[in-house]
Design a binder for this molecule. Sequence first.
Ligand SMILES: [Fe+2]
Ligand SMILES: [Fe+2]
Length: 364
Amino acid sequence: MPSEKKLSAEELARRAEAPPGDTGEMPDPEKILFDSKPPPPFSEDNIFPIEWHTETPKLLDLYEAARDPGWAPNTLPWETLKPENFTLDQRYAISYWFSLLSVFDSSGPAVFARAMIRTYETHQEDPIRRCFFSITRDEVNHEEVCKRAIQALTPDGPLGYEPETPLGRLAQHNIRWYFHNGARYWDGFKKGIHKYELPILFTSFLMGEVASSSLFHSMYQRTTIPVFKEAFRHVGQDEARHMGICLTMFKGVLPKLSDEDKEIITKQLRAGYVFLSGILYEPPDQFWELPDEFGPAHRMLEDVAREGGLGVLRRDERRENWRTAILKMKGLVERYGVEFPEIPEIDIDGKTITFDLDDIVPVF
Ligand SMILES: [Fe+2]
Ligand SMILES: [Fe+2]
């Protein structure tokens, strides 16, 4: 088209046609809105629409205070933890204790990450979502402490090394059984997380925070191993923060509870005792599937870990620690008309609960 080539830009512009519908007038927003239609509704349990509302300013303050945990596992003095300072059995036993702890503290990141997603799906207020994030991060740090302790004392541990003593073999045997129960717990948690409202689910978790913050504090005071002293101090402070978060969340829902919610909480509290006793006291028969030799081996390993300087509390001291935490919880929930479950193992009376794994959501 040779003639077209000669057209000037001016000529082209003159010939250009406006697209259809463009009248050259300013669009009228009212008119546009009149013809518009909203998008289809959001599906249930969708994280959208995103909003940032705050109903509990206290939770926002707690999140602000949690932004910087004030420590990191990689900066603890790990170089002072020398395997040659321990007997072989002490190494196995201390590593064993951290492996049991890891059933709780290593499921923590996965449990809270999933719960955090749930806070988005159920459109919880913004500070609750953030607080769950900060707990997830803390649990990642606690998991790292377990990992570092285990790998320093039993490289490739907890299961990947060949123990050279009978006590070492017993340690691995018990750990395998604990992991078996951890796996059952995870299955239950995954299935249950959609069942009830999050603040209700996490009532049992609050009990764990109350007990673990004081447990780690006592271990901090007792251990003679410098790196663990530091670790327990920081972990204890983190747990105390988690306790504050859970308590604030819980106090927010307590006045709004229906009778049905209250019944769920009573069951969750009993479940909390059952699960958390696995580290805070001694695993009860309910839920925990353990062979007969587990108990005696466990006590032997704890004694050796204590001799090695770990600072493990004695059975009666742990019982007292647990009992105090549970009585605190009892006082709190009863004030709001929630019945407390009977915990005969540590002489606490209350409502008798039949333990049914299909009925409760396990939360460590
Ligand atoms: Fe933790
Ligand atoms: Fe925690």
